[in-house]
Design a protein around this ligand. Sequence first.
Ligand SMILES: [Zn+2]
Length: 76
Amino acid sequence: MRTKDCQRCGSGRLAHVLGHCSDMCSIDLAGRHAYGYVPRDLGIGGGDDVQLTYCLDCGQIQGAFPLPPSDLEQPR
Ligand SMILES: [Zn+2]
């Protein structure tokens, strides 16, 4: 993973982020405010950890995008 280049621009300036926030994750999406563990369907890790890799040149978060509609976006 660390040897790959950016999926968008090919830059090698990829930052790997891991934030261990447990159940103190706050997400605002689709007019909702969620607070708790990290949702697993947003492409930023899940559970206890925010985990993502992003490019310092173009800003692209590395991953399989577009993501399918997340739980937060579902009508209630
Ligand atoms: Zn890039």
